[in-house]
Design a protein around this ligand. Structure first.
Ligand code: MOS
Length: 750
């Protein structure tokens, strides 16, 4: 059956409004349970012993003292570890980069600081933690390489490309010659810091051994399908022997995309001991896997006196681990954003003795857009242009890297509406020209961009005779509001009140869906839910039409609407029938359907899909203290249809706060002598707190897009992109000092 989103059906009643989170009460009352909170009668507790060195080997490991502690069940090390698959490919999860994924306790080799070297399993957590402190390890130390700048000369073009990650486009024109010949040139090196995700919920896994020998796994993951398939292949289990659940996530930001070592260890111990095991990582262990690797970037822009770009070069070197080629899209954005005849974009990796970096909110875009949008501000000053005018002068309605038009691009509206709300026209462009009391005031702006993606996804829906609807699939609500928007879409499609709809997520027994990431969940799972509900609508309509004396007997499906729990003839509510009556009268206990959603190939052949934003920022700077306060942010977002004004705004607010963090606070500091992140706690790794965040204003501009039937583009990531550049540009405007190294901490201002 073809299912289309017929405009005659489905009045927008909840979609597009500011519905509060349907999972809000469960979250604030503690009813919502997280991976490390599920219990089992025979639960044992595993605590990880972390490597004290970054590189080398374990010469010997002595667990005898730990094992002698009453209550300790077992200490698992590389010496007594039960066998798992010996095929490295079996450890490659759904979003793994090319390479050989890390396997905990597989050998005596140490490849990163904090690497797990033992798991202590005990009857209770306190005993396990105490015993873990008694495990003695003798290491053979090798000097680690963790300094990206030192390793950059040996950077390489990764031989295998990561799935879904576009390598830089081939250069076009002759950027070198054009740059050398340009009337106006700017050229800068940009650095940022390594960053860690630091969700509130640390990584945890609870593996429950069921009586029938199957495993129920509660895992901190952004999509249970990834954990499920990883466990089945790594441990050689049949798919039906493992069920994975993760109904709630206490923040992911990308850190929960891949299965992490605590899952592997919990499963290893549970299978070995034949009893349930939970492993929860500590806050400091959150620095021992996945991070946003800093990049060394060079941007060279050539332009004529009017500000028209004549040459654009953007190069980035990024760190990866010794065992995987993690890749993200860093430099391509520069080519997508601006019209220029001579462009060269290059990206390479340098091997470091750290854990493999990973996706962190808008991976690659946060990094690359920081550099290009700071360079564009430098060009604005070099050519004496207003930064918005410069961007309009080089505006492009099509994607130069693919030579295809954008399906939609309301960035001009973002500039206009954002500038107006911010009061940009009152800006005196002269650096150091604005002051308030003892503080310098700076106004800066930048553009943000993120790819609008969609993944193959399915959803199942069941309508029962009592008029209640249940929809669901495997995807995770990573705090973004997925439960809520799916409930809204389902309710609108079948014309039901919100409280008649229950959405279930994060369970491998539900319909197949990918991990929640890349801002693709609204488009993917939203479309799947809509299609499943449309299918039920058609089934219900057929039943209604066939009822005795049906008021809809001679009506086509296209002419009815689903509203207030009824199927009614559009414009003639007198001709209607309640859904509950349809099911009762026809003796139907329930109607069910599965909806399948996939990217629209015809659309993709013709168009490129991106979200855009314009960010305007005010900073106030006390030069004597070196303190930068980000006092005002206006972010205008073009992301297609907004499903929920409240949760959408919250996504952008969160992204901006994280952007303030990357601009001013967040910095994981490596001590290269020992290859270790030293500030591995929230006391020394600074994230913005309430006192750092002031006025934030979010605007959603009108944008119509046809990439998917809902017209949505996704909002989880666009909010952060460009924020650091806007802040950095505001700092220049305030001080006249161009700082090309994030975060802009007091020492760099002084
Ligand atoms: Mo996002 S970094 O794809 O969770």
């Amino acid at each position: 059956m073809t299912v289309q989103f017929s405009p005659a059906a489905g009045r927008d009643r909840f979609v597009g409004s500011a519905v509060s989170r349907v999972d809000g009460p469960a979250k604030v009352t503690g009813l919502a349970k997280y991976a490390g909170e599920f219990a089992a009668p025979d639960l044992a507790y595993g605590v990880v012993v972390s490597s004290a060195i970054a590189k080398g080997s374990i010469r010997s490991i002595d667990a005898s003292v730990a094992e002698a502690v009453p209550g300790v069940i077992k200490v698992i090390t590389h010496e007594n570890r039960p066998a798992t698959s010996d095929n490295p490919e079996d450890y490659q999860d759904a979003v793994a980069p090319p390479g050989a994924p890390f396997q905990a306790l597989a050998t005596d080799r140490i490849v990163f600081s904090g690497q797990p070297v033992a798991l202590v399993v005990a009857e209770d957590f306190e005993t396990a933690r105490y015993a873990a402190s008694l495990v003695r390890v003798d290491y053979g130390v090798v000097a680690p390489r963790t300094d990206l700048a030192a390793q950059a000369p040996e950077s390489y073009d990764p031989p295998m490309k990561r799935a879904g990650i576009k390598p830089p486009p081939e250069p076009w024109g002759d950027a070198e010659t054009a740059f050398d010949a340009a009337e106006i040139r700017v050229n800068g090196q940009y650095r940022m810091a390594d960053e860690h995700h630091n969700p509130m919920e640390p990584h945890a896994s609870t593996v429950v051994v069921e009586k029938d020998g199957t495993y129920t796994v509660y895992d901190k993951i952004q999509g249970v399908s990834n954990t499920h398939d990883y466990i089945a292949s790594a441990f050689g289990l049949k798919p039906e022997q493992v069920r994975v659940l993760n109904p709630y996530l206490g923040g992911g930001f990308g850190s929960g995309l891949r299965p992490q070592y605590q899952l592997f260890l919990a499963m290893l111990a549970a299978k070995d001991l034949g009893r349930s095991v939970r492993v929860t990582l500590t806050r400091d262990q959150m620095w021992s896997f996945t991070y946003r690797s800093e990049a060394l970037q060079t941007v060279s822009l050539g332009a004529d006196r009017s500000g028209k770009l004549t040459a654009l070069k953007h190069d980035a070197v990024q760190g990866t681990s010794s065992y995987e080629d993690y890749q993200e899209v860093v430099v391509n954005w520069s080519g997508v954003l601006y019209d220029c005849d001579n462009v060269k974009l290059t990206y390479s990796l340098a091997k470091l003795d750290t854990p493999t970096p990973g996706d962190m909110r808008a991976p690659g875009a946060v990094t690359g857009v920081y550099a290009i949008e700071t360079a564009m501000d430098e060009l604005a000053y070099a050519t004496g242009q207003d930064p918005i005018q410069l961007r309009l002068k080089n505006y492009t309605e099509s994607d130069p890297t693919e030579e295809k038009p954008f399906g939609s691009k309301a960035l001009k509206e973002c500039f206009r509406e954002g500038a107006e709300r911010f009061g940009w026209s009152r800006r005196n462009p002269q650096p150091r020209s604005m002051r308030e009391g003892r503080e310098l005031v700076g106004w800066g702006m930048a553009t943000g961009i993120w790819e609008s993606m969609m993944m193959q996804s399915s959803a199942h829906a069941v309508l029962t005779a009592d008029g209640r609807l249940e929809v669901g699939n495997q995807t995770g609500d990573i705090g973004t509001g997925t439960y809520t928007i799916l409930t809204q879409i389902a309710a609108d499609t079948l014309g039901l009140p919100l409280d008649h709809v229950t959405t279930k997520l994060g369970d491998t027994q539900l319909a197949k869906a990918p991990v929640a990431g890349g801002s693709w969940t609204a488009a993917s799972s939203g479309t799947a839910v809509m299609k499943a509900c449309r299918d039920i609508a058609e089934q219900a309509f057929k039943l209604a039409r066939g009822m005795d004396n049906s008021p809809l007997a001679n009506v086509d499906f296209e002419r009815v609407v689903f509203s207030n729990g009824r199927i009614e003839l559009a414009g003639d509510p007198a001709k209607s029938v309640a859904l509950t009556d349809v099911l009762k009268a026809t003796g139907t206990a329930k109607l069910e359907a599965t909806g399948e959603a996939a990217p629209d190939k015809d659309f993709a052949k013709e168009y490129e899909a991106y979200t855009h934003s314009a960010i305007f920022v005010e900073v106030k700077i006390d030069e004597e203290l070196g303190q930068v306060r980000c006092t005002r942010v206006v972010s205008a977002i073009a992301a297609g249809k907004i499903l929920n004004l409240k949760t959408a705004r919250s996504q952008i607010l969160g992204g901006i706060v994280m952007g303030v963090g990357s601009a001013l606070h967040e910095e994981s500091m490596l001590d290269h002598r020992i290859g270790r992140f030293m500030n591995h706690n929230l006391g020394e790794y600074h994230v913005p707190v309430n006192a750092d965040i002031h006025d934030i204003d979010v605007i959603f501009v009108d944008e119509e897009d046809k990439a998917n039937p809902l017209g949505v583009k996704g909002l989880g990531e666009i909010g952060i992109v460009g924020v650091a550049a806007a802040i950095s540009n505001a700092v220049f405007h305030a001080t006249g000092k161009r700082i090309r190294h994030l975060p802009i901490t007091p020492d760099k201002i002084l």
